[in-house]
Design a binder for this molecule. Structure first.
Ligand code: HEC
Length: 96
């Protein structure tokens, strides 16, 4: 897989929907709060609904689907970024 191209200012992966995410999701907190999170589509939607209910996030209208597609594609638990998983011998031992 080719390396993702990252936006210089925000650190977001440059792909479809990235401008919408940059425009709507960096007004109140840094982009890093978004990019360091890993959620599936459903949990991203819950996070958006939570911000709309309690943090003053505006309705995203038509953009919401595009934003969710983008977040689920690039910031989901299966997409862990460049850092590889720890090898098994570095993981904490499981108590038997
Ligand atoms: C109107 C303001 C506002 C906008 C716009 C906004 N957020 Fe937030 N968001 C917040 C606040 C406030 C918090 C809580 C910040 C904190 O805990 O420091 C937050 C927290 C978060 C968190 C952390 C949630 C957690 O459980 O730790 C994520 C992820 C997030 N926002 C993503 C987004 C995304 C994606 C968008 C764009 C769709 C967005 N935010 C737009 C206000 C906003």
């Amino acid at each position: 897989m080719s390396e993702d191209k990252l936006d210089k200012d925000s650190g977001f992966v440059v792909d479809t929907g990235f401008e919408l995410v940059k425009a709507n999701c960096t007004a109140c907190h840094s982009a890093a709060l978004v990019t360091q999170n890993r959620m599936n589509r459903e949990t991203w939607l819950e996070t958006i609904r939570w911000m709309q209910k309690s943090q003053g996030l505006w309705p995203l209208g038509e953009s919401e689907k595009v934003i969710l597609d983008y977040l689920a594609k690039h910031y989901s638990p299966t997409k862990t970024g460049r850092r590889k998983n720890l090898p098994a011998h570095l993981m904490p031992a499981v108590e038997k």
